[in-house]
Design a protein. Structure first.
Length: 336
């Protein structure tokens, strides 16, 4: 069994790790760290009769994840305070949304940047308020700035000058140049308010967004963690209206594939029509689990193929060629 698949099996059934030798434990945590899932793994293992050295790793990972969660929620509160005078709906996305709503994917989850979504016609006000509150631009390059503002689903990223924390301000969930155009108005209309005045997507829209982020807007980097989010959300119970919401946003195929992959990797309970794997699904699973025992990425050609695919999904061919040529001339190279 490959190290990536071993991590998936332990997340699915933590008891299978109890017979591991020292090398297997080392590889397990190396892959979990590489996939930003050390906290998730630790919570799954905690409470088992673990070797003392492994228990120390588990305790450290749980403590670290708790600090990350507190920092993420504090950053959301700072954004809320900065934007409160605007009386604009602010929807938390991804890991911060899970933590703020107390949902199961947040348990041990690593949370990076703060991602929010606001109405597109209020972007200028939101941008000005964040700049006034201490956030600064990360991308000073004029090409990158213009590219984000004209074609992307978010503003150029910002970082706070004192807290060194990033914020990504979205106005929809896929680039404007993408072949799929989700209904941003419907996402906002169905948003669920939290006690602090912020919002999250409804649970069906959370799942659709997770599927879009995993399969329609990237090269599957970090895919095991994103797929675990989907596994947890589906495992929390029946999600009424999920298929209809996926159709509404043009993401039925992505949602179905995400459910199939989650079923294959984590044993997620999904409807029968979402269990039948296609030959192409094997390639996706290979990409998702491509790690060696040190946590390093493998399957270089497969990763390159998904990198090209991610750009192909984002923009038409001529625009893609012009964009990649511009980035190449500026010295950009894909990592790995």
């Amino acid at each position: 069994m490959s190290p990536g698949w071993r991590l998936a099996h332990v997340l699915r059934d933590p008891g299978t790790a109890l017979g591991f030798a020292a090398r297997e434990w080392t590889e397990l945590f190396a892959v979990a760290r590489a996939e930003q899932m050390a906290g998730t793994l630790a919570h799954r293992l905690n409470g088992l009769a673990l070797p003392a050295a492994v228990q120390r790793l588990v305790d450290d990972a749980i403590a670290s994840a708790g600090q990350v969660r507190l920092a993420a929620l504090w950053e959301a509160e700072m954004a809320r305070r900065a934007l409160a005078p605007l009386d604009v709906p602010v929807v938390l996305l991804k890991g911060t949304a899970f933590a703020a709503a107390g949902l199961s994917p947040a348990r041990g989850r690593n949370i990076g940047d703060l991602d929010i979504l606001v109405p597109r016609d209020r972007l200028d006000e939101v941008e000005a308020a964040l700049l006034a509150a201490g956030w600064e631009w990360v991308k000073p390059d004029p090409y990158d700035d213009a590219y984000y503002r004209r074609w992307m689903h978010e503003l150029p990223p910002l970082i706070h000058r004192e807290r060194d924390r990033m914020i990504d301000v979205h106005h929809t969930i896929l680039p404007l140049t993408a072949r799929i155009t989700p209904d941003a108005g419907a996402l906002l209309a169905a948003a669920v308010p939290l006690d602090n005045g912020l919002c999250t997507f409804s649970r069906p829209d959370m799942l659709v967004h997770a599927a879009a982020h995993l399969l329609a807007d990237g090269d599957l980097a970090g895919g095991m963690r994103n797929l675990w989010d989907i596994h947890c959300l589906l495992g929390d119970g029946e999600v009424e209206g999920l298929a209809e919401r996926a159709r509404r946003h043009g993401l039925s195929a992505a949602m179905a594939r995400a459910a199939r992959l989650s079923h294959a990797l984590y044993g997620t309970e999904v409807p029968p029509e979402w269990r039948r794997r296609t030959p192409l699904d094997r390639l996706y699973l290979h990409r998702l689990t491509a790690r060696d025992g040190w946590g390093r990425q493998t399957a270089r050609l497969t990763r390159l193929g998904f990198y090209v695919r991610s750009h192909w999904l984002r923009m038409p061919p001529l625009m893609l060629a012009r964009h990649l040529w511009t980035k190449y001339r500026k010295g950009y190279r894909p990592v790995g």
